[in-house]
Design a protein around this ligand. Structure first.
Ligand SMILES: Cc1cc2nc3c(=O)[nH]c(=O)nc-3n(C[C@H](O)[C@H](O)[C@H](O)COP(=O)(O)OP(=O)(O)OC[C@H]3O[C@@H](n4cnc5c(N)ncnc54)[C@H](O)[C@@H]3O)c2cc1C
Length: 309
């Protein structure tokens, strides 16, 4: 009885959504879009055809409909009950275009960071090598101010185009995003559609070498081919989260299939059959233990979204 009611409600949501040129997917499982490989379904997933379509959707959607944007899913822990409302995914070709304008690279937010490698090498430009080794897409990189090897998005972002909750397209300068350590300042519903990044002229060989060095460093120090979302906790001011986890022996905790990586103890791993709850419980156990032993409270860097089952 309850099952049928739920099914009817979901179709009901589809009926009240605006008619768009893009695609709606009902009850779309999100575990296939997240690096942890866990998470319940999106009530509806919407893949806009282009910016015009996205603006139309935002302008005409029901007023209080929850909206969440998913990028590469590499910084997300989607809970087992899934995400209510609409999950927007910029997978269409329109959001993966780029053009080089002198020392500026304009990129669609749906591009994967890894795609920058080919662009830099083929055009003898550099400056974005650090991004290539970070999983995920460019929209997520702006939103999280992604960084590594001494550089972060903040250092290369000139501006970004966003669509707001009223369906207006706005050009926002990098300063207005107020980017800081793994965070940015802007309303939850804003959707980044493209961005302009600073690049420098650079011989392709140099770019290739830097990218190779970064890759080798990661292979040595971080788990690869693992179901993880990278660093679980932010580094507290002047400290390293992984050192606190190790010092307090919190790295020895496990919850069913959720474990701490033995290569980098700020990385949690789904060894195969963990649920989102297992991973979140493990993270919370670590927070509690580190607090008990050191009084320091670790803050989640991985974004936890959706509802518990
Ligand atoms: C093995 C591994 C290594 C990692 N190493 C690093 C590292 O060195 N440095 C680092 O900073 N991070 C690292 N990460 C974390 C992660 O890769 C980054 O945070 C990445 O930038 C997230 O991008 P994404 O596209 O996967 O975003 P998602 O995980 O899909 O989403 C992250 C956030 O961005 C928002 N978002 C995504 N796209 C958009 C958009 N178009 N508009 C508005 N909001 C959007 C989402 O709503 C969410 O709030 C690592 C992760 C893994 C798995």
């Amino acid at each position: 009885m309850v099952f049928f009611k739920k099914k009817a409600d979901k179709n009901q949501l589809l009926k009240i959504l605006p008619k768009v040129k893009g695609e709606y997917l009902l009850n779309e499982p999100l575990n296939k879009y997240t690096w942890f490989g866990v998470g319940g379904p999106a009530e509806v997933m919407y893949c806009p055809k282009d910016t015009e379509d996205l603006c139309y959707f935002m302008k005409n959607k029901p007023y209080n409909l929850p909206i969440f944007v998913i990028g590469g899913g590499s910084n997300l822990l989607v809970r087992d009950g899934g995400i209510p409302g609409v999950v927007v995914r910029l997978k269409n070709k329109f959001f993966r275009n780029w053009k080089l304008e002198g020392d500026k690279l304009v990129c669609g937010a749906g591009m994967k960071n890894g795609e920058l490698k080919k662009i830099m090498i083929e055009n003898n430009i550099g400056g974005l090598e650090f991004l290539v080794s970070i999983p995920g897409g460019l929209g997520g990189a702006v939103r999280t101010n992604a960084g590594c090897f001494g550089k972060e998005l903040k250092d290369v972002l000139i501006s970004a185009t966003v669509v707001n909750s009223e369906g207006e397209e706005l050009e926002v300068s990098a300063d207005d995003f107020n980017l800081s350590y793994r965070q940015s300042f802007f309303p939850e519903e804003w959707i980044i559609t493209s961005m302009t990044l600073k690049v420098v002229p650079q011989d392709a060989k140099i770019t290739e070498n830097i990218i190779e060095e970064h890759k080798n460093y990661r292979m040595k120090s971080q788990p690869h081919n693992a179901k993880t979302a990278g660093s679980t906790f932010k580094n507290p001011e002047g400290l390293k989260a992984w050192e606190l986890i190790k010092k307090t022996k919190s790295n020895e905790f496990k919850v069913n299939g959720a474990e701490v990586s033995d290569k980098h103890c700020n990385f949690l791993i789904n060894t195969g059959n963990a649920t989102a709850k297992d991973i979140e419980d493990l993270g919370n156990m670590i927070v509690e233990n580190v607090k008990k032993e050191t009084t320091i409270v670790l803050e989640w860097e991985v974004k936890r979204v959706g509802i518990k089952k």
